[in-house]
Design a protein around this ligand. Structure first.
Ligand code: NAD
Length: 265
């Protein structure tokens, strides 16, 4: 039977590839983005998130089977925290009760291998506390110190998002409603987000030094789309709270073979 998917960030990159793949498979997709989408909305504000969720459900005729949250930015400013963390978590929480009415509800978000990079623990905590004003204050303090420190807004947003996924996935709202909630963490994907960075050999060398991808190198967005589609599909019944690093081996290279000892200590 045809399933109905809400896909954010549907106008470009990973979100566009995901919407296209699902439509090719005969599924119904409601795209959400700033422009060129079924629902044009700004996920960086609380009103924009509420409005986007309500209009998407209306377009879906009140019935939604899966949510795939791809919208995100990597600018070295606090707006990144609003879009990447609150623009995902508040949007999902508002839609979870609607998803719960589906016979096979699913939710997936796009984190990043940047969730493993150095971040601001204070900023991560403010996000997990649900305090957007405080998170933006800390994010602005970082941005004021220049783009290199300001970049911490991005890995912090993705670390917080992957941690939120673990917490929320086992809550009443998600597990209690039979909704598997997980994240995909791409390595370097060839989209608008990375185009400028990868335009020079120096840029490529810098990216590859921080995101080593021994398996098949940089990926096309459809690679991530296929995994998102599986996680949001009916076959996925028991994956909960995971961040799946679809990163050509970057995680295994950077963290090595033992990521469990810290848990035992
Ligand atoms: P992209 O720039 O091609 O697409 C991002 C989309 O999000 C755009 O269409 C944009 O309009 C939309 N968006 C941005 N701000 C928004 C807002 N306030 N409200 C609504 N929509 C908004 O980038 P992409 O590479 O496809 O990124 C998709 C996701 O993948 C992001 O969450 C990003 O952090 C993550 N990611 C990307 C890479 C990569 O290498 N490209 C790697 C790891 C993670």
């Amino acid at each position: 039977m045809t399933r109905t998917y809400i896909v954010t960030g549907s106008a470009s990159g990973i979100g566009a590839a995901t919407a296209e793949l699902l439509r090719e498979r005969g599924e119904k997709v409601i795209g959400v983005d700033l422009r060129n989408a079924d629902v044009e909305a700004d996920l960086s504000t609380p009103e924009g998130r509420r409005d986007a969720a309500d209009r998407a459900v209306e377009l879906a005729g009140g019935s939604v089977d899966a949510l795939i949250a791809c919208a995100g930015i990597s600018a070295p400013v606090p707006l990144t925290v609003s879009v990447n963390y609150f623009g995902v978590t508040e949007f999902l929480d508002r839609l979870a009760p609607v998803l719960a009415r589906s016979s096979a509800p699913r939710a997936v978000v796009v984190s990043s291998m940047a969730s493993l990079q150095p971040n601001s623990p204070e900023l991560v905590q403010a996000m997990l506390d649900g305090d957007e004003a405080e998170a933006r204050r800390i994010g602005q303090e970082l941005a004021d110190q220049g783009p290199q420190v300001g970049y911490l807004n991005y890995p912090s947003s993705k670390r917080a998002l992957s941690r939120w996924v673990r917490r929320a996935s086992i809550s009443e709202l998600y597990a209690g409603n039979g909704i598997p909630l997980n994240a995909v963490a791409p390595g370097t994907v060839l989209t608008a987000m990375t185009r400028e960075l990868l335009a020079t050999p120096e840029g490529v060398a810098m990216v590859d030094a921080s995101v080593p991808m021994p398996l098949n190198g940089h990926s096309e967005p459809v690679v991530i789309a296929r995994l998102l589609a599986w996680l949001a599909g009916e076959e996925n019944t028991h994956l909960a709270g995971q961040t799946i690093y679809a990163d050509g081996g970057a995680d295994a290279t950077l963290r090595g073979d033992d990521i469990w000892s810290a848990v035992q200590a």
